[in-house]
Structure formats: structure tokens, C-alpha cells
Design a protein around this ligand. Structure first.
Ligand code: NAD
Length: 253
């Protein structure tokens, strides 16, 4: 699956390809787990396996960061955590607003993984007046009438859209007009944004459709061309991640 960002060239100005940027969070997740176990160093092979990435690709990715590891020792885990966090802009706190506090928005608000990665949920916004003031994940929901003021007061540059598809473009336009320059869109619709605004789209049903495609292919292989039982060559491990082995569940906008 291709990954990318809207309105950005395939290579960023500092020379790190988008495909490498998309893998940095995978390395960071694996490195954070090693750090939590107080593992001091890791080889490229071990880290590649933990991140689900090919080790030659990992070494190439790290060369863009200027990180080459030490022969026979490997990479310093803490230093790589710092380097990748810095590259991803995670050494600073990012206030995030979530718009649309229904089933999905509430689940996202309750997800502790944002805060632990430097994303602070600054505000929850919904159009339903009945929800205004009601706490979700300990944060009172605010009405969309105040969207612009909320963005400005909190210095928000990242917005998450979890509204119905029909409302998403209008919400997006207001977020962008108020100063938001990055949008994570969960609504099943393509958003139009001006240059300089990044949109990432998450669509779990697309991921399921891709899995369905692989299931169908596996079923065809199991039956074999003449209906024969599967052989070791045709049977696939359930951990198969595809040729790249590093495909994130996030679609380009
Ligand atoms: N990307 C995914 O994998 C994924 C998974 C589940 C749901 N979704 C999508 O996420 C969206 C939300 O799903 P849900 O199940 O939480 O729906 P929901 O109906 O439970 O919640 C939607 C919320 O958005 C609010 N809303 C409506 N219009 C608004 C507007 N203009 N401004 C602000 N808030 C507004 C509603 O008041 C409601 O609280 C839908 O578009 C759905 O298709 C995506």
C-alpha cells in the first residue's frame, strides 16, 4: 500500500523520504518497548524484526538520520528513541482537538496512547447542544460554535475529524480557517484542503477489504489449481505482513 501526504513532495525538504517517515513510528514503538525493558543496545536485525521491517531498509532509513550504529554492538536504544522522537517532532507537546464525539470520538478521547506519545487532547468538540458540558474522558465537550476560539486559545495545529462523512468537509474547512494545518480524518470521505495542510486518512474498512482480498487468495491457494491439499509452499503464515512487512494501517488522504 502506498503511503504519503497530500501537498508534499515524495521527499521532504530535509531529504528524508516519506516512506522512511512512515516507518519511523514503527521503529519508535519497537525501541520504546526495548527501552522499557532497559535494553541498552539493539542490532539492526533484532530491531527490524521487532518493527516488522526488512533490516536493509532499516539501515537505509537510519542513514537518513545520520545514525549508523556501532559494528558488533548495534544501535544505542535511548539515543535512537531521542533521535527519532526529535525527527518526528515528538519532543514537544502537541495539543489536539477531536471533532465529533460519538462512538469513535469518545473512544479516541479515552485512548491513553495519545498522551503517552506527546499528543494532548486539548478539547473535544461536537455539534450536538445536548452534549455541551458533558465530560468524556474527563474533558467537557464543547459546542462547535466555539470551534475557532478553542483552536486559537489552545494553539492547536492538529485536528481529528470523527464526524459523519457529510459534515467532515465543513468541519475541515472551519478547522483550517482557524489555523489547523494537520488533519487526521476518520470520516469515510476525501477532504479538499489548501496547500500547506496535511491530511491523513484512517479507514479500517479499507484495511478489512485488503485482508479479505488476501483471505480470498489464500483460500484459492489452499484449494490449489486442481483442488489439492495445501503444501508448505502454498500455505502462508498468519503473521504474513506482505512483501514490505511494514505497512501501516493509515491511508494517504
Ligand atoms: N476510520 C475508521 O476506521 C472508522 C471507524 C468507525 C467509524 N468511522 C467514521 O467515523 C465517524 C464517526 O462514527 P461514529 O460511529 O462515532 O458516529 P456517531 O454518530 O456515534 O458520532 C458522530 C458525532 O459527530 C457529531 N457531529 C455531527 N455533525 C457534526 C459537526 N458538523 N460538527 C461536529 N460534530 C458533529 C454528532 O453529534 C455525533 O456526536 C463516521 O464518519 C464513521 O463513518 C470511521
Amino acid at each position: 500500500m502506498a503511503t504519503g501526504r497530500t501537498h508534499r513532495p515524495a521527499t521532504r525538504s530535509r531529504g528524508i523520504p516519506e516512506a522512511t517517515v512512515a516507518r519511523l513510528p514503527l521503529y519508535l514503538r519497537a525501541l520504546t518497548a526495548l527501552s522499557e525493558r532497559s535494553v541498552p543496545t539493539v542490532s539492526s536485525e533484532e530491531l527490524a524484526a521487532a518493527a516488522g521491517v526488512n533490516s536493509a531498509k532499516l539501515r537505509k532509513d537510519f542513514s537518513y538520520l545520520g545514525s549508523y550504529g556501532t559494528r558488533g554492538v548495534g544501535y544505542d536504544v535511548e539515543y535512537l528513541v531521542y533521535q527519532i522522537s526529535r525527527e518526528l517532532g515528538l519532543t514537544q507537546d502537541w495539543p489536539v482537538v477531536i471533532v465529533g464525539i460519538g462512538n469513535l470520538g469518545a473512544a479516541l478521547a479515552n485512548y491513553g496512547g495519545f498522551a503517552s506519545r506527546g499528543f494532548r487532547v486539548a478539547a473535544l468538540i461536537d455539534a450536538d447542544p445536548a452534549m455541551a458540558g458533558k465530560p468524556v474522558a474527563g474533558i467537557p465537550v464543547q459546542h462547535t460554535d466555539d470551534l475557532e476560539k478553542i483552536i486559537e486559545d489552545n494553539g492547536v495545529s492538529i485536528g481529528v475529524i470523527a464526524t459523519p462523512a457529510g459534515a467532515a468537509q465543513q468541519v475541515c474547512d472551519r478547522l483550517v480557517a482557524a489555523g489547523v494545518t494537520s488533519i487526521l480524518n476518520f470520516a469515510p470521505t476525501v477532504l479538499a484542503v489548501p496547500d500547506g495542510v496535511d491530511v491523513r486518512k484512517v479507514d479500517l474498512s479499507i484495511e478489512l477489504q485488503i485482508l479479505a482480498f488476501h483471505e480470498q487468495r489464500k483460500a484459492g491457494e489452499e484449494a490449489g489449481p486442481d483442488g489439492a491439499a495445501p503444501t508448505a509452499a502454498t500455505r502462508k503464515e498468519s503473521t504474513d505482513q506482505g512483501p514490505e512487512g511494514d505497512v501501516p494501517a493509515v491511508m494517504p488522504a
